[in-house]
Design a binder for this molecule. Structure first.
Ligand code: AMP
Length: 215
């Protein structure tokens, strides 16, 4: 299964991708994770990407397209993959189509996870992550037992730099302007499926499996 996950920041793409990789046995390719690792490692690419990410803007297409091309060429992608957070612009989607046409392995599904804007704000401003084990919490919906401390491992919880309120507003605007048009892009290709991303994680997951099938 070759799948693209679409949805605004905070729609729960990452959470659902983690469940999908278990069910389908294929890797998740998250450009956000790849970029955050480059930033943490202090690589030249990370240094370039950080300034865009901190403001909630997009890293230039050429950088991200290069990263994804490299990743798709790796062996574990032969059985399929879940692209999470890529493509985010029409030029990225076009570049992806071209790479996949060359590989003779077009996308099977573009799945859109739809959540309204008020919910997204709460989900993003409330999000906290454990420094040690990466477990995620939300101070509005799934708070830890003790403020700022991970239930699982006792690690310290932190807020991603790009989850601060001003940055989030910008990320949502960028989504509307640059990424939402991809819904139409994939609709025209007849591979778009949508689910409403509200409810329990398992309910949303079951809806996703029902619409994408088990190919
Ligand atoms: P995410 O974790 O997917 O929300 O990504 C975090 C940040 O990484 C975004 O706000 C962007 O600055 C950057 N980023 C991730 N994926 C892309 C992409 N496909 N194109 C451009 N920038 C990206």
């Amino acid at each position: 299964m070759r799948l693209v996950l679409l949805g605004a920041p905070g729609a729960g793409k990452g959470t659902q991708a983690k469940k999908l990789i278990e069910k389908y046995g294929i890797p998740q390719i998250s450009t956000g994770d790849i970029l955050r690792k480059a930033v943490a490692d202090g690589t030249p690419l990370g240094k370039e990407a950080k300034s865009y990410m901190d403001k909630g803007g997009l890293v230039p297409d050429s950088v991200v397209i290069g990263l994804v091309k490299e990743r798709l060429a790796q062996d574990d992608c032969k059985k399929g993959y879940i692209l999470d957070g890529f493509p985010r612009t029409t030029p990225q989607a076009e570049a992806l189509d071209k790479v996949l046409a060359d590989m003779k392995s077009p996308l099977d599904v573009a799945l859109s996870v739809d959540v309204d804007k008020n919910d997204l704000m709460k989900r993003l401003t409330g999000r906290r992550t454990c420094k040690s084990c990466q477990q995620m919490y939300n101070v509005y919906f799934s708070s830890p037992k003790k403020d700022g401390v991970c239930d699982k491992c006792g690690g310290q919880l932190f807020q991603r730099d790009d989850d601060k309120e001003e940055t989030i507003k910008n990320r949502l605007d960028v989504y509307e302007k640059s990424t939402a048009p991809l819904i139409d892009y994939y609709k025209k290709q007849n591979i778009l499926k949508s689910v409403v991303g509200v409810g329990s994680i398992d309910d949303i997951f079951n809806k996703i499996v029902a619409v994408i099938g088990t190919k």
